[in-house]
Design a protein. Structure first.
Length: 500
């Protein structure tokens, strides 16, 4: 039987195979995605910058390299040679503008590349562009981007989630086979869930943060979004591992992850944390879809037990002290002197005030003020130090749970994608979107989101698995078993009417 001709709807794994066999060239693949982008981007706005000429040149170079290797069999071919991907615009790529969705970094071009990105470049990827994000990754909808929001490909009047909403929308609309995102409090998992794709937040310290613009340094992780879990694995494995340039990266061996069949979940214990199903404002269809997915795993042979993570309700207040505190310190460096544009003034302090006053958006200012307050003398013990103590309790909740079960299963967010503008006037309502994703960041454990159904409005619903530190392999095993026996991850949004 002749294989189907390659299309931009092929999975990453299929695309890699087609590149390897020579069925299709990297130039053809890259051009096909760029063409799709040209037609769909005006309505989706997943990207802050696209580099078509650079991407095509890199694709042609990849094709030449592959060609050469055909004649020199001992020449090594990098595993991702010629594969186009997109990168969230909080990760530095040398020569590409790095704005973090902020006016304060408008026009800033970094002189170096983030380690996670560099490792993928060394493996042969072609970077097509930088994706939209909430300003400095602060947000859950991409509406805090200074350059305008991204639209959810499933319903253009709705948000794609955030802050990696650009990466999620780009993958969902099949504008790229995969994209990098970052997750400080849910920013890979929640947009993955809102757009019907899979998204990994690795263990804290698993992937180097060097070259990732710091938001909450004790929480920040670099993750991957792609249609399926099998598509994420090769990128994750190549990105992971210790890096001398990030002292918080950990020297824990990265296992060679081979994905077993669905029988691999037999006997695995899956915990359902009861606190994750009691939340106020939970859309019943979300809870139902997650329960159904868990039942599906049970039918494949997993054992399901209810567990308790008793401090879950504190995750939100703890996170919204710690993350802004760290942000207020990290963002002090944007003063108009060292990075990005400068607002002119006669006196030094006025340069600082004007540059920061005019170029930071309202959410970033809110976080800087919250964090500065929580860290100030007289309040430090009551807020910041207290939050750190409760963070330890949250971590212990996970440790206790993982003595009983192998992985935890829960919803990603209490609702499906909300309407653009629906929560922009109410920061607290926006923060509440994060209640199920924040605990994994505070505890540093890995989380994997993937689609498990749709609500009555046709919007995707996501489920997340959380596992012990450095056990991403367990999450992959369970999610892959689910995806081999279901087809939610193959659904694509109906965009034909926009393609013209
Ligand atoms: N929504 C959360 C916040 O605004 C998480 C963002 C993130 O993970 N980068 O902080």
């Amino acid at each position: 039987m002749k294989p189907m001709p390659w299309t931009p709807f092929a999975s990453l794994t299929e695309t890699l195979r087609a590149l390897q066999t020579g069925e299709v060239s990297s130039e053809e693949v890259t051009r096909a995605y760029l063409d799709r982008m040209a037609r769909l981007e005006p309505r989706i706005h997943a990207f802050l910058a696209v580099y078509p000429a650079q991407a095509l040149a890199a694709a042609q170079a990849a094709d030449r390299r592959r060609q050469m290797a055909r004649h020199h069999p001992d020449e090594e071919v990098p595993p991702l040679l010629g594969l186009p991907i997109a990168v969230k615009d909080v990760l530095a790529v040398r020569g590409m503008e790095l704005t973090c969705g902020s006016r304060i970094l408008e026009g800033f071009v970094p002189p170096y590349t983030a380690t996670a990105v560099q490792r993928l470049l060394d493996a042969g990827v072609v970077i097509v562009g930088k994706t939209n994000t909430d300003e400095f990754a602060m947000g859950s909808s991409t509406e805090n981007s200074a350059y305008g929001p991204t639209h959810n490909p499933w319903d253009l009047d709705r948000v794609p989630g955030g802050s990696s909403g650009g990466s999620a929308a780009a993958v969902a609309a099949r504008l790229v086979p995969a994209a990098l995102g970052t997750d400080t409090g849910g920013s890979v998992r929640q947009p993955a869930s809102f757009t019907g794709v899979s998204g990994l937040k690795p263990t804290y310290g698993r992937v180097s943060r060097y070259g990732l613009v710091a938001y909450g340094s004790s929480l920040d992780t670099v993750g991957v979004l792609a249609p399926s879990v099998a598509d994420i694995v090769p990128l994750f494995t190549l990105m992971a591992g210790a890096d001398p340039r990030d002292a918080t990266s950990m020297d824990v061996p990265v296992p060679d992850i081979t994905l077993p069949g669905p029988e691999a979940v037999r006997g695995l214990r899956i915990g359902l944390p009861k606190e994750y199903f009691l939340a106020e404002g939970m859309q019943p269809e979300v809870a139902q879809a997650v329960q159904d997915a868990v039942q599906h795993l049970e039918a494949l042979g997993a054992q399901v037990v209810e567990v308790s993570l008793p401090h879950t309700a504190y995750a939100l207040p703890v996170y919204y002290i710690i993350a802004p505190s760290e942000a207020s310190a990290n963002l002090a460096r944007y003063d108009g002197i060292r990075y990005g544009p400068r607002e002119a003034a006669d006196r030094m302090w006025d340069v600082f005030y004007r540059t920061r006053g005019r170029r930071f958006g309202p959410e970033v200012k809110r976080r800087i003020m919250l964090g500065t307050y929580a860290l100030s003398a007289g309040y430090y013990d009551a807020y910041y130090a207290q939050a750190q103590k409760v963070r330890t309790l949250l971590k212990r909740d996970f440790e206790a749970a993982f003595e009983q079960v192998d992985v935890l299963a829960a919803p990603v967010a209490p609702t499906t994608a909300f309407r653009l503008g629906e929560k922009t006037e109410d920061p607290l309502a926006m923060y509440l979107e994060d209640i199920f994703t924040l605990p994994a960041n505070l505890a540093g454990v890995p989380g994997l989101a993937f689609p498990v159904g749709f609500d009555a409005q046709g919007l995707p619903i996501g489920m997340q698995l959380m596992g012990p530190h450095f056990r991403e392999d367990l999450l992959f095993r369970v999610a892959h078993a689910y995806q081999q026996t279901t087809d939610w991850h193959t659904r694509v949004p109906p965009l034909a009417h926009l393609e013209g």
